[in-house]
Design a protein around this ligand. Structure first.
Ligand code: GLC
Length: 392
């Protein structure tokens, strides 16, 4: 039997956690059984990243009003949705043609779920849901679409899966499959990014950092406020904010300048640096004494938490969404703090900077947990068995 083509449909060509996870999956398929093709709405760095891993990828040109729609930032209203759905008709037509050659259409984000659900034709449809849907009319429509047209719904954590079934998605459709992490790239051994030197800081400055896109729900402001507290007892500490505004949808921009303003207001500019967008994430993580995750909304999975643990770094993360599935109970392989709690975040950072033995114990346990529970091979195996099932 010739291999089945899997058409991956991604809502953007930017590279965030959802895209890195998709690349790990598509790049590790058993090519004797499945052949990947990634189609993205728009053009961008995902194209080269896919090609570098031997995955065929193509951009689909997108009307800008459709590109800017969002269910996550400032929510787009029904009129905007309807108008832009019309503008997306030519793209939908192209996807339909691509789908006619595929055995499975695997969609990787909300816009892709909707488009895929309308044009999959005879191909099986698998939705990979990586967000907590809110409760609006669009999401209710997506629940109906799932129950009537979708063959399987992969949730990136049990928390997301439970949320979907509570919203009405039929339980037998939903399966939680956590991300796999490349524990060879994300390893404690290897070069660390020379962040301290880059910013003219002492080589032994205790360094705290957060890595991820700059958007309000990721809570970088909470870290900055917490770090201002840390500086009072540890003036030698330093903090890096790595990442940029990568999704240009409505209501998701402008946060970077707010963060820079907050740094000035807190008077901590001498101790904080913004690195901008970086692709050397393992080296960045290795440069940090403490890796912080600060999302103020429930994090669907929390890939960067897992990556920090895989790099053998002590991690502090917010206790919501899929994060506890990644870390286990607080204090076993990472510290968990309530979302938005500046005081608790400060205390956790001081604890890990002050108690290097505790930090080392958490870091070692964290790496072990990722190795034993979050392999890419395990992730791919579970997704492939979903493919086999829906093809039957
Ligand atoms: C999305 C989620 C994030 C998750 C990633 C990979 O980006 O927001 O929590 O880690 O997908 O599944």
């Amino acid at each position: 039997m010739s291999p089945v083509q899997i058409l991956y449909l991604n809502p953007t060509a930017q590279l965030g956690g959802a895209e890195y996870s998709l690349l790990d999956l598509a790049g590790s398929l058993d090519r004797g059984r499945f052949v990947p093709l990634i189609a993205c709405l728009g053009d961008g760095p995902l194209m080269q990243a896919a090609q570098a891993r031997g995955i065929e990828a193509m951009p689909l040109e997108l009307p800008s009003r459709f590109a800017r729609l969002s269910l996550k930032g400032r929510r787009s209203g029904p009129v905007a949705l309807a108008a832009s759905a019309m503008s997306a008709a030519p793209v939908a037509w192209r996807i339909r043609r691509l789908a006619s050659r595929a055995g499975i259409v695997h969609t990787n984000g909300n816009k892709a779920h909707v488009l895929g659900g309308l044009v999959n034709g005879r191909a099986r449809l698998v939705w990979h849901v990586r967000d907590f849907w809110r409760g609006g009319a669009v999401e209710r429509g997506m629940v109906r679409l799932a129950n009537t047209r979708v063959d399987a719904v992969i949730a990136n954590s049990a928390a997301v899966g439970g949320h979907l079934t509570r919203m009405g998605v039929s339980a037998p459709l939903v399966q939680a499959v956590p991300n796999g992490i490349d524990a060879v790239r994300f390893t404690p051994d290897g070069a660390a990014a020379p962040l301290r030197a880059e910013h003219g800081w002492p080589a032994d400055a205790p360094l705290v950092g957060i890595v991820g896109m700059l958007t309000r729900w990721k809570g970088q402001d909470v870290l900055l406020r917490a770090f201002a507290g840390v500086l009072r007892s540890r003036p030698e500490a330093r903090c890096v904010i790595a990442g940029d505004e990568i999704y240009v949808t409505q209501g998701q921009t402008g946060f970077k300048s707010e963060l820079q303003q907050l740094v000035r207001e807190l008077g901590i500019g001498h101790a904080v640096a913004f690195t901008g967008y970086r692709t050397d994430v393992p080296a960045l993580l290795r440069a940090l004494d403490v890796v912080v995750h600060a999302s103020v909304e429930p994090e669907p999975f929390g890939r960067v938490v897992a990556e920090g643990m895989a790099c053998g770094r002590p991690v502090i993360a917010t206790d919501a969404g899929g994060v506890p599935e990644v870390t286990g109970a607080s204090g076993t392989s990472a510290l968990l703090v309530p979302a938005g709690d500046v005081g608790a975040m400060s205390a956790a950072i001081e604890r890990l900077l002050g108690d290097r033995a505790e930090a080392g114990r958490l870091a070692a346990a964290g790496r072990q947990r990722i190795l034993s529970t979050f392999s890419i091979a395990g992730h791919v195996e579970r997704v492939q068995s979903i493919y086999e099932r829906v093809l039957r």
